[in-house]
Design a protein around this ligand. Structure first.
Ligand SMILES: [Zn+2]
Length: 219
């Protein structure tokens, strides 16, 4: 069964699990016997979990699910660029929020409103809403904003160039003061975007800023 034919209720990968398979694997797209994680045995065997990469202040902690392989990269593109929203449930299973973070709120890494309009949705908002559903931690997309349109970070190779591109492009609500915040993102690469978000949140008095992301290239 194609993923697009499934009766997707949003929060379960296989809400219609009583319908006989085979189902379409989230990574290789082949129809096969699929586990509850949405993967065939071959793709599951190839999955690499990510040793948590190093991070710097102003971030206070980081949790990454998977290593960024070609298969994961293609799936991320299908999710955010092709608008295949069913990937939100698939990717959320690799997001985590450690208990010792004592998180108050999940905040998706914001997208400029114009870009959101072009793409029709912000994929990180969808991830944060799913993660909120699975952890019980509330989420808000109204605390942190992207106020300036920037080049896609991916198109800039040099880390310094990425930092320059993103600098000064976010602002946040003063309500963040005293909160322990978990930023939610799909891919953690150089971190220029999340460091800038964390800087703005800390300047406004956030107590802690953590990052939970689906995937990162091994550092
Ligand atoms: Zn597969």
């Amino acid at each position: 069964m194609k993923r697009s034919e499934r009766n997707d209720t949003g929060f379960s990968l296989f809400a219609d699990a009583l319908t006989p398979g085979p189902y379409q694997c989230f990574l290789c797209d082949e129809e096969d016997v699929i586990g509850e994680d949405g993967l065939c045995d071959r793709c599951r065997a190839k999955l690499k979990y990510c040793p948590n990469p190093n991070y710097l202040a102003p971030l206070d902690g980081i949790a990454i699910g998977l290593q960024y392989t070609d298969e994961i990269s293609s799936a991320v593109m299908r999710f955010k660029k092709n608008g295949q929203k069913e990937y939100a449930g698939f990717f959320t299973q690799y997001l985590s929020v450690p208990d010792d973070w004592q998180a108050d709120i999940l905040v998706p890494v914001p997208m400029h409103p114009l870009k959101k309009w072009m793409r029709t949705f912000n994929h990180t908002e969808l991830l944060a809403s799913y993660l909120s559903h699975s952890t019980g931690i509330p989420y808000s997309s109204k605390l942190l904003f992207k106020t300036r349109f920037t080049y896609e970070q991916k198109k800039l190779r040099d880390p310094a160039e990425r930092r320059r591109n993103i600098r000064g492009s976010f602002c946040c609500d003063p309500l963040v003061k005293g909160l322990r915040i978990v930023l939610v993102d799909d891919v953690f690469t150089t971190g220029a975007t999340v460091y800038e978000c964390a800087k703005v949140l800390k300047q406004a008095g956030a107590a802690k800023v953590y990052l939970s992301a689906v995937t990162s290239p091994a550092h």
